[in-house]
Design a protein around this ligand. Structure first.
Ligand SMILES: Nc1ncnc2c1ncn2[C@@H]1O[C@H](COP(=O)(O)OP(=O)(O)OP(=O)(O)O)[C@@H](O)[C@H]1O
Length: 230
């Protein structure tokens, strides 16, 4: 896919949560475009809607109203929302996800954790990606360890390898360094920057870490459910 072509376009996304009789407008009309090869960071105060937005962009949740296209295909909107089966396919084939809490399976080795997505869906050549990615991320010597035997920074490297094993077009990272100290955070930041620059991976990241937010060049601040380009 040509670098700089439009990858994702969101128009007037809203997301309202209901808690009893209370209505929380977590997203209040967000429109944005993400191009292939971009590295976009979302910052903003707690409760401003960052996770809600990244979940919508990553097809993990549906908006209350609004439209979104991905690769020219309608995901939500105009009464043509994709059905769950098609969304599941997009989640597997298009996206890689990493989270603050890593979500590794404690009883599986590092290598088995990274290979896990291949049990559900395997892109051609993906088998060879397990070892390549672990080597690339400096985890080649830890392949047979369990998650409990490695550090937090190493766990996030494993989670990144797992997210990338099926060669996604876009990596979504929600607070990827939220559980890491400054040094480990900077290391994960460098890895993400290399993946973006050297492998052309599109990255969308939510972070409270201002050093990390500057890495990708494009920064969007969330305030009260709205998005502002910085
Ligand atoms: N499942 C839910 N049910 C009800 N309200 C929710 C739900 N998820 C989020 N909210 C509310 O929506 C608003 C936006 O939440 P969101 O998690 O998107 O913010 P955030 O910017 O990611 O916050 P943080 O930086 O603390 O993670 C908040 O007021 C939050 O309490």
């Amino acid at each position: 896919m040509a670098e700089n072509s439009v990858f994702l376009e969101a128009r007037r996304l809203t997301r309202v949560y209901r808690r009893g009789s209370e209505e929380i407008r977590a997203l209040d009309g967000v429109s944005l475009t993400i191009r292939h090869g971009e590295f976009v960071s979302f910052t903003g105060p707690s409760g401003s809607g960052k996770t809600t937005l990244i979940n919508l962009l990553g097809c993990l949740d549906n908006p209350s109203t609004g439209e979104m296209d991905l690769g020219g295909k309608v995901i939500y909107g105009s009464g043509n929302d994709l059905k769950e089966k098609a969304l599941t396919r997009i989640r597997r084939e298009v996206f890689g996800y990493i989270f603050q809490n890593f979500y590794l399976i404690p009883t599986l080795t590092v290598r088995e954790n990274v290979a896990l997505p291949l049990a559900f869906y395997k892109k051609p050549g993906a088998e060879g990606e397990v070892d390549r990615l672990l080597e690339m991320l400096g985890m080649g010597h830890r392949m047979n360890h369990l998650p409990g035997q490695i550090s937090g920074g190493e766990m996030q490297r494993v989670a990144i390898a797992r997210a990338l094993v099926n060669r996604p077009s876009i990596l979504l990272a929600d607070e990827p360094t939220g559980n890491l100290d400054t040094k480990r955070s900077a290391e994960i930041g460098e890895i993400l920057q290399d993946l973006n620059r050297n492998e052309g991976l599109t990255i969308v990241m939510v972070t409270h870490n201002s050093a990390l937010a500057g890495l990708g060049g494009r920064k969007i601040e969330m305030r009260d459910g709205q998005a502002y380009e910085c």
